[in-house]
Design a protein around this ligand. Sequence first.
Ligand code: ADP
Length: 492
Amino acid sequence: MKDSKLRIVMISSECAPYAKTGGLADVVGALPKILRQRGHDVRVIIPKYSLIDYNKYRLQPFLGTMGVWMGNGQEWCTVHFADNEGVPVYFIESNKYFDRPGLYHDASYNDYQDNPRRFGFLTRAALQLCRDTSFAPDIVHVHDWQSALGPAYLKIWHWNDQILGRAASLLTIHNLAYQGVYSASHYEYLGLQWGNFTANKFEDHGRINFLKGGIQYADMVNTVSPTYANETRTPETGYGLAMYLTDRGDDYIGILNGVDYAVWNPAVDQRLPANYTSHDLSGKGVCKEELQRRFGLVEDPNVPVFGVVSRLAAQKGLDLLANGVEGILNSMVAQFVILGSGDPDLQTYFSRLPSRYPGRVGSFIGYNEDLAHLIEAGSDFFIMPSIYEPCGLNQIYSLKYGTLPVVRATGGLEDTVQQYNEATGEGTGFKFILPTPGALADTIGWAVSTYFDRKPHLQRMIQTAMAQDYSWERSAAGYETAYERALRNQQK
Ligand code: ADP
């Protein structure tokens, strides 16, 4: 590598705290800060969605107008700027594309029909911004299908460009199930040239597949845990792209996400009624009491509380909980708290459950960060029965909060949770393999029996869990290695 300090531009559809629907935003919010601390010049480019509050986040005008060439002519946008704790963030404003209530869909979960154009435009605009500000990046780091065209644009349009011609690209896949597959009628607009509309690049059963194109064109590809990287090479979890990922050989790797311990740490968490550390857990008891009160549960410190904070999507396996929880409630001493939104059937189910098990189940349907923190801190156990999980953040937060995860052994859950060993008391959580309500219920039962019958083991596990370190430092080193390899591949 020419020198160890890199100029990096990240293009993303989400970045915490500005616009977030899931883990992608947390990653794009946190990783650049750490990379900057390590000496790299990192800049982030995201859309200026109308929900991003101009005053709250101290946005400033940056470029009054910027022309962006799309396949059928020039379009215009405005650029704004904010400083995210030292990281420059640029916001692409286009009323046509981003002035609407949702990020990806309307209130009824209908995807915006022009999503391929919206995010194709974002990506082209981001590269244009590099040119207009003479920021010549060493690395263009794109995330998920929304910016996956970036590597292709570099190679098709900018290979000979003074500013962008030497940039290498890294594509990070946060979730392979979302590939950005759209009608070929958008292809012309995206400006990708029909010669590239082939089965090994963008074409997918007559449609355009953004992620597939990204996998082909990026100099390096990674996903967010080693186990998920292996699973996605198999037909079951590869969602039609296993072959293309496998073809990338060593250029497709898994780098575990880190978490932002400035935000997710019970010792400093400002959203909690009390803070605590592994040396003094009394504050956790205060959080539990508050959690029970807020959710109308019986305020008993000696009942194990199981928490859930999740998108209610099929991926998260919460139908396993919906199908098993009543059996558990009828046979065990336990309380449940569920926070989430998404699937309408699951929303209905979990919103009605508290009235059927008063004092034992609480739920909140919606998105609420304060409650997410309170559940992490006040629960004894945290449930993540995911069918697949690229990395997962909540189980990592749970470890730090001494809230032992009950998880299915898949993807990042497998990589971050160590199975409880009943003989020794080692481990940090409880894992099961079969994606069935019975397997989940048995494992919750195992946690309940550990809570009541093996208290010393429980205490030891809490200490071990809270000592785990999944800070971004480690992940950032992994990304530096990926960037170096991307640069080498680009120069080949
Ligand atoms: P994914 O990105 O697949 O949704 P992760 O576990 O990687 O899952 O990240 C989820 C993030 O979104 C976490 O920060 C979690 O706290 C947050 N989150 C999910 N649902 C909610 C909700 N209903 N309210 C508040 N935060 C939520």
